[in-house]
Design a protein around this ligand. Structure first.
Ligand code: NAD
Length: 294
């Protein structure tokens, strides 16, 4: 059974980042600083935000977590982000989603300065992905591409099927697979006869948010299966993915487990994006200094 060990791959990425960051105080006078904003007490968000802080600690990245009550007015949250945008000691800003209903997610995301958008959700970064101009790549799709690379899977010329067309997973990962020269089919709830489509796949990315929806009848032998889902098994209550792992793993060419697959890679890529934002800001600051000297 060829399991793609996201936990181990993310650990080595974080180790490499830790070494890189260790040299920053001497080179730049400080380490990168990521600010994570949580609104309310949604239990999943509490865990995700805590895991992001732990990852920062592991990589030597400075982390500040700001927690606001569920009732915070949208304008106040926007003002907080405005201040963080202007703060020269802040390199990355992440607002944990989902937000309470009275706060417009799009407006909040648009407020984050493009150069501090570690999640890659700002419209300029999204446009950059689709127009192939410089951009910050979204963490989960970036993590998926790294998992494929680490497993020795080159998408070039392969038939890739993505299930789910959300802005944060399905759509961007389909674009990244296309850019890596796969032939991509994007499926969704209106797709007719899904199994006949998924059985064509040599690479299958499942991001539907439906516990164990992908059975062995939907996968061809040898297919590389990336399970993005993070669900609860309705029978056991345990964390599981969109793929019935026990049934599919024996026939898959390679497969990611849940937990321990895409999840850890998403956080490792967030750390990488934070370092990228920091380095870009340091280089812009150096250019500006040079211009004033001239
Ligand atoms: P979403 O609800 O925004 O989108 C789900 C997509 O799946 C939609 O496009 C929908 O059309 C499609 N879909 C749903 N049921 C389907 C079905 N039966 N057949 C075909 N298509 C179907 O969800 P999302 O934010 O993209 O997240 C998807 C899953 O990935 C969730 O379980 C989420 O928790 C997980 N997730 C994991 C990570 C991670 O880091 N591991 C990150 C983001 C999301």
């Amino acid at each position: 059974m060829n399991i793609i060990d996201g936990k181990a791959i993310s650990a080595s990425l974080k180790e490499a980042l830790k070494e890189q960051v260790a040299g920053f105080p001497e080179q730049y006078g400080r380490v990168p600083h990521l600010v994570v904003i949580r609104v309310g007490e949604d239990p999943a968000s509490v865990v995700y935000v805590r895991n992001k802080a732990k990852a920062c600690e592991a990589c030597g990245i400075r982390n500040t977590t700001l927690v606001f009550p569920e009732s915070i007015p949208e304008e106040d949250l926007i003002a907080v982000i405005g201040n963080l945008n202007a703060d020269p000691d802040v390199d990355g800003i992440l607002v944990q989603l989902p937000l309470p209903e009275h706060i417009g997610e799009a407006r909040v995301i648009e407020t984050i300065a493009r150069e501090k958008d570690v999640d890659g959700f700002h419209p300029y970064n999204v446009a950059g992905l689709w127009q192939k101009t410089p951009h910050m790549a979204p963490c989960t799709p970036k993590g998926i591409m790294k998992l494929l690379e680490a497993a020795g899977v080159d998408p070039k010329g392969k038939r890739a099927v993505v299930i789910g067309r959300s802005n944060i997973v399905g759509l961007p990962v389909a674009k990244m697979l296309l850019d890596a020269n796969a032939t991509v089919t994007l499926c969704h709830t209106r797709t007719v006869d899904l199994p006949s489509v998924t059985r064509q796949a040599e690479i299958l990315v499942v991001a539907a948010g439906r516990a164990k929806m992908m059975g062995v009848d939907m996968v061809s032998p040898g297919c590389v299966v990336i399970d993005v889902g993070m669900d609860r098994d309705p029978l056991t209550g345990k964390l599981c993915g969109d793929v019935d792992f026990d049934a599919v793993a024996p026939i898959a060419g390679a497969i990611t487990p849940v937990p321990g697959g895409v999840g850890p890679m998403t956080i490792a890529c967030l750390m990488e994006n934070t370092v990228e934002c920091f380095l870009e800001r340091m280089s812009t600051a150096a250019d500006e200094r040079l211009q004033t000297e001239e």
